[in-house]
Design a protein around this ligand. Structure first.
Ligand code: HEC
Length: 173
């Protein structure tokens, strides 16, 4: 329940993406380039096609992406979420001394599977600090491919049953 605030908390991203064609020309190259650069970061659709089903895994990601994700996750996420995405806190639902919640497991035992891919990407981009949480945002550190790879890595711990429930809750939307 307490992570529900993360769902759809950033209309700004969609605003920027859907308004890219309405931007006025400034005629000033540096500014135009800066704006373009921002749009490319904000609307990055590079990386794997998440709508395709991989023949080996039967999921949206393949083993190669999952393996790349292991490296991304180990370097950026494991210190808080655990090397196997199992979580490090005794009880991820119990507030810590400072009132914040500990990093939850992402291996299917908590509720990361309630969030479709777009929301998972948004959490990784923005983290939780703006909303009083402790997770840092990775928007400027990881590209889309790396973020998807990290997600593939922790989703690979999900049972087929949890994965099917995730698909019903939006899945790759
Ligand atoms: C400094 C610790 C820290 C690091 C590093 C970190 N996280 Fe988190 N993460 C958290 C915390 C704490 C939360 C709970 C929300 C909050 O308080 O910000 C969270 C929440 C999440 C959630 C939402 C889970 C849910 O059940 O809703 C996802 C997904 C997630 N993290 C993925 C990642 C990924 C992927 C990485 C690496 C790229 C990462 N995190 C790195 C601390 C961290």
């Amino acid at each position: 329940m307490h992570f529900d605030f993360l769902v759809g908390c950033s209309p700004a991203h969609y605003f920027v993406c859907s308004n890219r064609r309405t931007g006025r020309r400034t005629g000033r190259k540096p500014i135009t380039l800066a704006v373009l650069g921002f749009l490319i970061v904000a609307c990055d659709t590079s990386g794997p096609d998440v709508r395709a089903i991989d023949p080996d895994t039967g999921r949206w990601y393949g083993n190669e992406l999952r393996n790349q994700g292991e490296a991304v996750f180990t370097a950026n996420c494991a210190s808080c979420h655990g090397g196997q995405a199992q979580g490090l806190a005794e009880d991820w639902r119990a507030r810590q001394a400072d009132g914040s919640f500990p990093p939850p497991p992402l291996n299917g035992s908590a509720h990361a599977w309630h969030h479709p891919l777009s929301v998972l990407l948004q959490v990784i981009d923005e983290g939780g600090t703006a909303l009083g949480g402790n997770m840092p945002g990775f928007a400027s550190q990881l590209n889309r491919q790396e973020k998807l790879a990290a997600i593939a890595y922790f989703q690979d711990f999900w049972s087929d049953d949890i994965y099917a429930q995730w698909q019903q809750m939006g899945g790759t939307d």
